[in-house]
Design a protein around this ligand. Sequence first.
Ligand SMILES: [Zn+2]
Length: 315
Amino acid sequence: MAKPFASSADLGEKRQSLETLAEGVYALTAEGDPNVGAVEGEDFLVCFEALATPVAARAWLARLREHTDKPIRYLVLSHYHAVRVLGASAFGADVIVTHEKTRELIAERGEQDWASEYARMPRLFKEPASIPGLTWPTATFSDRFTIDLGGDRGDLVLHYCGRGHTEGDLVAWLPRQRILFAGDLVESQAALYTGDAFHRDWASSTLDRVASFGAETLVGGRGAVARGAGEVEAAVGQTRDFLAVMLREVSAAGTLKEAFEHAHRALEPRYGSWPIFEHCLPFNVSRLWDELHGVERPRVWTAERDREVWDELQS
Ligand SMILES: [Zn+2]
């Protein structure tokens, strides 16, 4: 029997957990659905990631409001993917911050990505009609962007670590608390999505930079919060291993179909039961095949191309 397309048949609600990681530092995780976070400044809030729709975002904000009523000054978006950014209007933030490449990617492929992601995982798009349009950053940076949290709260520093999950991922670092919000550059017990990735950079210099912060708490894009240096190292290591296995298997394969079958076989024992593994793998292998055959930038995913790749590899 054919596998249902991507996560189109995944309709089960996930349980959301709000965790306080340090005073005024919050993460909402959801059993493999996209994670979000927030950091209190002295008299304002910084929110990290926006979820897929304003209605989905408002449910998160209602929970956050049980802890703080400070106004939202900054909304930080780790990268351009629709399920991270299209809920932005719910935050009413003064400033929306992304990496400069993310702004370019939204202009280049934001509409197509929206259609693609909606078809792949409709459950995340609660009341899709509440989305007013694409999300545009109002501040961008190339290397780093520092937010002074005020009082004696220290800084929140946004860093670009190089090409990885996309061309423009940022991470948010709290040096005083040693907490890192890593976006989709690191997953903790959830499968990687690499359909828009630069695998070789990500698996080497980019993850080296992420690891070099020496975080003691790490919030990845999906999955549980990693607590303690050992769990942080394990999450980064898992991400690197997933990429390394894909690189090894796809490099050695003679055809795209063979690349998919070999990568699936090699990854399945460790990662097969993790969220979105089957969903992601055809798109991942397609992109890596391109990357290894000289296609510098990821091709744009459209609802049509998604189906073609799925039918060729996964059905
Ligand atoms: Zn993503």
